[in-house]
Design a protein. Sequence first.
Lengths: 419, 150
Amino acid sequence: MVKGDMYLAQASDEEILKQGESGGAVTALLKFALDSGVVDAVLGVKKRDGNNRYDAVLDLITDPEKVIDCAGSLHCVSLNIARNVKEYLGGAKQMKIAVLCKPCDARAIIEIAKRKQINRDNLLLIGLNCTGTLPPVVAKEMLISEYEVDPNEVVMEDIEGGELIVTLADGTKIAKDLLELEKKGYGRRDNCRRCNVSIPTLADIACGKWGVKEGEKKTFTEVCSDKGAEFIDNAIKTGVIKVEPPGEDAIEERKRKDREAIELSNKCEAEDLKELREISLDDRLAYWLHMFDRCIKCFSCRDACPICYCKKCFLEPDRGYVKGGEVPPDRMFHLTRLAHDGDSCVNCGQCQDACPAEIPLTRLYLMLNIKLSPMFDYVSGMDVEQKPPLIAAKDEEASIDDIDIFLVKGEAGEVVPQQ
Amino acid sequence: MGEEVKGEFEPRIIGFTCNWCTYAAADLAGTARMKYPPNIRLIRQMCSGRVDPLFVLKVFLRGADGVFIGGCHPGECHYMTGNLSARRRYSMMKKLLESVGIDPKRLRMEWISASEGIKFSDTVKEFTAQIKGLGPGPFRHIETEGKEQK
């Protein structure tokens, strides 16, 4: 088995097959990882109290029998997995962990690993396809007012083909147009609207149900690294999962759905940032200063951001950039974070989720990141070997005298139309 | 700004200059009695790579109308690659300023070696004229406190 191979996988174990959402392949693989000693622990997400779909907790599982608690996907929760691995699991420097992650979590983990605060070698990243998550409170409201169902009756949510499909305990499915819902202020989290990475091919294994026929209980699995290949090989040998090669049509179907998701995200991005892009510089500055002045300096964005890497934070008063005891804080507060993280932002939305003043931070970061990414030929969180762009000066640059090699020709002086 | 003539806008430009090149070029321009506008205040750095993006931001927020960064030509850095990093940061800063709504034209970088006194004075003349055209910076009205922030 090599990198790039694809399979339709299914758990062999009857119990897991029943509990898992798409054939239980992920659960079976995690259980196998613990059983075989490939990892010391599994970091999964489980419903709080075992039944609350709208609140979840991270669980570090060492007992293979308990892995099944994490079966099934949750769309109304977006936990800060990367930051937790870094802060509370010592950056996985002491133990080997299999981490279940969405694309943004995996990208964040890779960005931290570049900064040597997580040991990527000790992690087995099991990526799960994701087309967006919903904020839990808003999701509940939406289910009551738009879907007219009891949120506790819901057993599954799914975002497919531009629709949000909710499945109830009795098997009824209700589908509504996602963009329509979002116009009313429901739907996905703000950043998820504009996310264009749905298949986490940057993890070791990417699992999802795109490409699986309706009603079939199987997981489409793509092997994305050598480590993932070895792991899947062993899992198949032991017989914990049954695999079959996907047909051409299945691969095509998966690609098509991925393309559709990217198109949708591009559309949302253009829509969301249109106004900010079009207004004059002065208005834009006024807008952001107004937003920054809503800040109550709770430091939540800094504490939530997986990319924030300084050991001794520049926002602390003794660093001399942001005065202590001032609310709203000096504008340097947000600009410092932007300067530090803008080039590596993975659009995970944790800062905005954490912000009590509801500052649309992800829009600011995305706006900058979209410009920097083609400039430095760098997509954050994709390749652990690629250094962050600001410190990755190449030798050949020493022979180029042009100041504006990264800026589009003529752009440096003409970025803004003359008044 | 005591020297300002009332009514006419005199830009306040901060120049971060590398000790090994642009600072020496400024010195050369001075000893050669070349004329250039007094609007630029130089802050000597040991390398253009020392210019943290936060310096630029802080300077703008404290009321500067323009920021100039001077470094050695690529391949001539005293510390091998300091200026290459500086160029990457400068490119990032241009986009950052644009994203938050500060005119990126207020930031300028130039390679000026120690022998290029003329280039230094020309650059300062040109940049000062450009900033004059752009008008006062967005935070010009803010009075600097004149004391170390703690």
